[in-house]
Design a protein around this ligand. Structure first.
Ligand code: AR6
Length: 183
């Protein structure tokens, strides 16, 4: 697992190349879909490693509020994962960039962090939301994710650690390069 430490002068933010299901933080974020019933990619990996307790809570959330809108976030147990919680957020599908994709992707990050705050979570790991099946251009997504996290952390001090967990080499290289510029 390779790591890039401390971006934008803050030791609170790190970039890792890792499988997010193996990361021992208070909460990992899932790039889910509106149904909350699981899928492929990181979503499939989280449900597989975390076990049925996660899906059971997702089903209860569905019964209560009918799934999760794009840009919103909900929280469940981490089940068998090393992480205590999973925060499920729904990234936008990329349709060329003129359908509010960037705002929705920003909302994924800020709403996940708000939920983290509300639940006393001090360490949180994000995957590269929307950059797989949903087709969001990786470089743009990374810039936006870093910018939104920076903006959010400026006004709060309870969250001690935010990890960007990159799975594919391309995303890891993009984040590392952007971090180098911001260091
Ligand atoms: N750990 C960390 N990151 C991962 C892992 C993992 N184990 N596996 C994949 N990634 P995607 P999306 C990265 O497609 O684009 C699902 O079916 C991957 O390299 O998982 O938001 C949902 O149910 C990529 O960079 O999510 C939705 O229907 C990133 O995770 C849909 O896919 C996101 O890729 C969501 O699409």
């Amino acid at each position: 697992m390779s790591k890039e430490m401390g971006i934008f002068g803050s030791k609170r933010v790190e970039i890792w190349q890792e499988d997010i299901t193996k990361v021992a933080v208070d909460a990992i974020v899932n790039a889910a879909n509106k149904s909350l019933l699981g899928g492929g990619g990181v979503d499939g990996a989280i449900h597989k490693a975390g076990g049925s307790a996660i899906l059971e809570e997702c089903v209860k959330i569905r019964q209560k509020q009918g799934g999760c809108e794009t840009g919103e976030a909900v929280i469940t147990t981490g089940g068998n994962l090393p992480a205590k919680y999973v925060i499920h957020t729904v990234g936008p599908v990329w349709h060329g960039g003129k359908q509010g994709e960037s705002e929705k992707l920003r909302n994924c990050y800020s709403n996940s962090l708000k939920l983290a705050q509300e639940n006393g979570i001090e360490s949180i790991a994000f995957p590269n939301i929307s950059t797989g099946v949903y087709g969001y251009p990786k470089e743009e997504a990374a810039r936006l994710a870093i910018d939104e996290i920076r903006r959010f952390l400026q006004n709060e001090d309870r969250i001690k650690k935010v990890l960007f967990v990159c799975y594919d080499r391309e995303n890891y290289q993009i984040y590392s390069r952007l971090a180098e510029k911001l260091r």
